[in-house]
Design a protein around this ligand. Structure first.
Ligand code: GRF
Length: 215
């Protein structure tokens, strides 16, 4: 199967970006990162890919008169690098419906809670405040709402009595890295099927040669 081209949008630390890069380098994901785009020139995520053969672009909101022009600049970069799947990996801006419609079911996000619980910012803190006994991570396609798009994968972690925001976030972050890699891998293997807002995961494709060899 031809390698899919990924575009990763980041704003900060970049640990999910790192997980994707590592998975590609170890052949757990067959894809290529076409471009990493940051709205923050200081993002640590940019440092993670410096020196690798991955193009980067900084697109700062303040350099554009409107959100529309800012997003047009991001889209121009994604198009320039022939990106097929857009990954939000700690990208701290809300994308407009115009942007989302430009990439239907082709923008993924990872959220540090079991959606639809605790959408938006500080999901781990919201979970602790509420007093839930399990939380987790969700990979979903992005739609026009806030963390409301079709869910691709979810997994839970326990919330312990002595958890702080830091300890719970750390536990969820480990899970995020695994879950995001799995979701991107499923996309690249063309195993994600959308039925309305329900996402179904198809079984692994048989290699036709292997099938032939079975007879
Ligand atoms: C992660 O917790 C992710 O779920 C949320 O933002 C954080 C980004 O972390 N959307 P990193 O930049 O990938 O380390």
């Amino acid at each position: 199967m031809r390698k899919k081209v990924l575009g990763v949008l980041v704003s900060g630390r970049g640990s999910n970006l790192q997980a994707i890069v590592d998975a590609i380098n170890s052949d757990r994901i067959v894809a290529k990162i076409g471009v990493v785009i940051s709205d923050n020139p200081e993002a640590n995520a940019l440092r993670r890919v410096a020196g690798l053969d991955i193009p980067t672009a900084v697109v700062e909101r303040k350099k554009y008169a409107s959100k529309q022009e800012f997003e047009a600049a991001i889209i121009a970069q994604l198009d320039l690098h022939h990106v097929e799947l857009v990954l939000l990996a700690g990208f701290m801006r809300i994308l407009s419906p115009q942007f989302i419609n430009r990439f239907p079911a082709r923008v993924m996000n990872i959220h540090p809670a079991l959606l639809p619980a605790f959408p938006g910012l500080d999901a781990q803190e919201q979970a602790l405040r509420y007093g839930v006994k399990v939380s987790g991570a969700t990979v979903h396609f992005v739609d026009e709402g806030m963390d409301s798009g079709p869910i691709i994968l979810q997994e839970a972690v326990p919330v312990e009595d002595d958890d702080t925001v830091a300890t719970l976030s750390e536990r969820i972050l480990h899970l995020e890295h695994r879950l995001y890699v799995r979701a991107v891998r499923l996309y690249c293997e063309e195993r994600i099927l959308m039925e309305g807002r329900t996402v179904k995961i198809l079984p692994p494709r048989q290699n036709p040669r292997e099938e032939g060899e079975r007879h």
